[in-house]
Design a protein around this ligand. Structure first.
Ligand code: SF4
Ligand code: MG
Length: 328
């Protein structure tokens, strides 16, 4: 398959001011992150809040620029692209967010909200725009009559449909969905995820799906990257990740998810302690302060990725030993 996005050794640090007399500190939000997203797939970033997944999405959408590393979108290096050049790419990457009410202006009619990107990115007449908006309302399972209403008149699930319609107006290649169903009831989540999957086929969409919720990610992903403290610790196809989770952090995350399988043979890992501050990263392996298997080597050397099976990468010195320990 074609690579739509390549992220190569990308890091991003933000300066935070510690008050009037404190020393300036740096938050290491994204640390040496690399992955590809193939055209037509759903690639997910999963991890706990603050692990750098949203920042990674913002880097790809060029809302922030990387300190180092490269981001290639559709064959074009956008790492340090000028805003003017980026403007023409803006319509090709669209975002949907967790709280569509928060991201939708409450004083705008739905039809104006959905039609806004068309106003910005195309030369359509207002009549053409309205026609397009009505079409899209139907595509996402709403009625054209809804166009005259305001965001607060809709349920959370409907508002997410509106957010999706808005993202679709300009026929993007990539949609970055940052916790798109996290605010919704489980039954509504499934409906929105199903809609996203249907639209993916119909509109040849590629998704970067960002979520803290492993059960949601399992429903929608083709491939998954697990993030911890701004780095990716494991990348695999969905099946490989859920059947053979290998990085100790991935295993800990997954073992916290209740799995309705009485014959479940996965050993439970409970990790101790808190996530270290991203202003003060551990040496060596970023997970070592909480890893039950850490050694001196983990303290002294940063692990690289080991490909334990085709396309399954684990950032751990002992990836092969872990595989043997867990996956027999
Ligand atoms: Fe644990 Fe060491 Fe592997 Fe890091 S490299 S996950 S500390 S065993
Ligand atoms: Mg986030």
């Amino acid at each position: 398959a074609n690579k739509l996005v390549t992220v190569k050794n990308v890091s991003k640090t933000f300066a935070v001011n510690k008050g009037l007399f404190g020393k300036k500190k740096f938050v290491h939000a994204v640390n040496d992150v690399s992955f590809d997203i193939f055209a037509g797939e759903t690639f997910s970033l999963v991890g706990e809040s603050g692990c750098g997944k949203s920042t990674t999405g913002r880097l790809i959408n060029h809302l922030v620029s990387p300190d180092s590393g490269e981001i290639i979108f559709d064959g074009k290096n956008i790492s340090n692209i000028k805003e003017k050049e980026m403007r023409s790419l803006r319509s090709e990457i669209q975002m949907i967010f967790q709280d569509p009410y928060g991201s939708l202006n409450p004083r705008m009619k739905i039809q104006d909200l959905i039609g806004e990107p068309l106003l910005v990115h195309t030369k359509m007449s207002s009549r053409e725009r309205l026609k397009k908006v009505h079409e899209l309302l139907e595509v996402v399972g709403l009625s054209p009559l809804h166009g005259e209403r305001y965001p607060h008149e809709f349920s959370g699930g409907q508002r997410q449909r509106i957010g999706i319609a808005r993202a679709l107006t300009v026929r993007p290649k990539l949609i970055i969905a940052d916790e798109p169903v996290s605010a919704l009831d489980v039954s509504i989540q499934a409906q929105v995820l199903n809609l996203m999957q249907d639209l993916q086929k119909e509109y040849d969409l590629t998704y970067l799906f960002i979520s803290h919720d492993l059960s949601v990610v399992e429903m929608i992903s083709d491939r998954i990257a697990v993030m911890y403290l701004g780095t990716i610790v494991e990348i695999a196809t969905k099946d490989n990740l859920y059947d053979h989770p290998t990085h100790p952090y991935t295993r800990a995350l997954l073992s916290a998810v209740p799995i309705p399988d009485p014959e479940q043979k996965q050993k439970r890992i409970v990790i101790k302690g808190d996530i270290p501050s991203p202003t003060n990263l551990p040496s060596g392996c970023l997970f070592r302060t909480r890893c039950p298997y850490a050694t001196d080597k983990c303290k002294n050397e940063k692990p690289e990725y080991i490909e334990i099976e085709k396309g399954h990468f684990v950032r751990c010195h002992y990836a092969r030993e872990m595989e043997e320990k867990f996956n027999v």
